[in-house]
Design a protein around this ligand. Structure first.
Ligand code: HEC
Ligand code: HEC
Length: 226
């Protein structure tokens, strides 16, 4: 018996498959483009840098900034966090940006679900070659927790959750649920070579005080904070 092929059905199936792949490629591509467009039209660039600066900023330059740099956003953030936060931005830095005296009173611009999805798509394309991927694998680090609390005294400036309470200082960004927000490899690079990412603003340089493996343990610990 000859195998019977239902030609109209086969053609319909092939057509649908083609349509699906066409839609995924075009929707994907246009989202990055849309995201860049939203970023421009909402004037996000008035406070955020999306291009790597030509030369390292000085301390004085850094203090003039109105918002954190985003030129390495795709290496720093988790996409799902960006999508959620941009719709309902909650303070990360408890004190005003670049201030240690005034509380953060800012209401950050928020975006619609659709806008935040495309802006997240766009921001994720801004990757930094300084951040090597795959060094910090997931998991938890008890050693990292000890260094955070005792040796590095990191929580003098950073909030973390302990049980039901939040403990720690307010002068640095909150690290509560940091694992939902930050990529481990970015944390490691930030600790090891902060000057390659952001100019040093009020955070001491720890790469001279802690060993490479201690910095890795810290990155695993912070990257695991849920
Ligand atoms: C008036 C200045 C200003 C404008 C305009 C602005 N931002 Fe921000 N943005 C800030 C400040 C300040 C923070 C830090 C907030 C905090 O830590 O609580 C921030 C934080 C962020 C963060 C988190 C960055 C990090 O390192 O923690 C993202 C992502 C972001 N903004 C995206 C955007 C987008 C997208 C737009 C446009 C829709 C935008 N911002 C418009 C000032 C601004
Ligand atoms: C004297 C206060 C201070 C201490 C101590 C300190 N930090 Fe920070 N940290 C900061 C400040 C301020 C920033 C924001 C830096 C910037 O944007 O330039 C920061 C940023 C960070 C970030 C990036 C957070 C983000 O969302 O951008 C991480 C991760 C971090 N610190 C981890 C640590 C670890 C780990 C230690 C201990 C080894 C530590 N910090 C000790 C003040 C401090």
């Amino acid at each position: 018996m000859k195998p019977s092929i239902n030609r109209p059905r086969l053609a319909a199936a092939l057509f649908i498959m083609g349509l699906c792949s066409f839609m995924t490629t075009t929707v994907g591509a246009s989202t990055v483009k849309d995201g860049r467009q939203v970023f421009r039209s909402k004037r996000c660039g008035e406070c955020h840098t999306v291009k790597r600066p030509g030369k390292p900023a000085t301390y004085a330059d850094a203090l003039k900034k109105k918002g954190p740099d985003l030129w390495f956003a795709g290496s720093k953030f988790k996409k799902a966090w960006l999508e959620t936060w941009l719709q309902d931005p909650q303070p990360i830095r408890q004190m005003g940006f670049n201030s240690i005296l005034e509380k953060n009173q800012e209401t950050h611009k928020s975006l619609s679900e659709r806008e935040s999805r495309s802006v997240a798509e766009y921001l994720m394309t801004l990757v930094s070659t300084e951040v090597t991927k795959g060094i910090i694998k997931g998991g938890k680090s008890f050693k990292g927790k000890l260094i955070f609390e005792k040796k590095g005294a990191c929580y003098g400036c950073h909030l973390v959750r302990r049980g039901r309470r939040l403990i720690g200082g307010l002068s640095g960004p909150s690290l509560v649920e940091a694992g939902m927000r930050l990529q481990g490899d970015w944390i490691y690079t930030f600790l090891k070579r902060p000057d390659r990412l952001t100019p040093p603003v009020r955070m001491p340089r720890f790469s001279d005080m802690l060993s490479d493996s201690e910095l890795k343990e810290l990155a695993i610990y912070i990257g695991g904070l849920k």
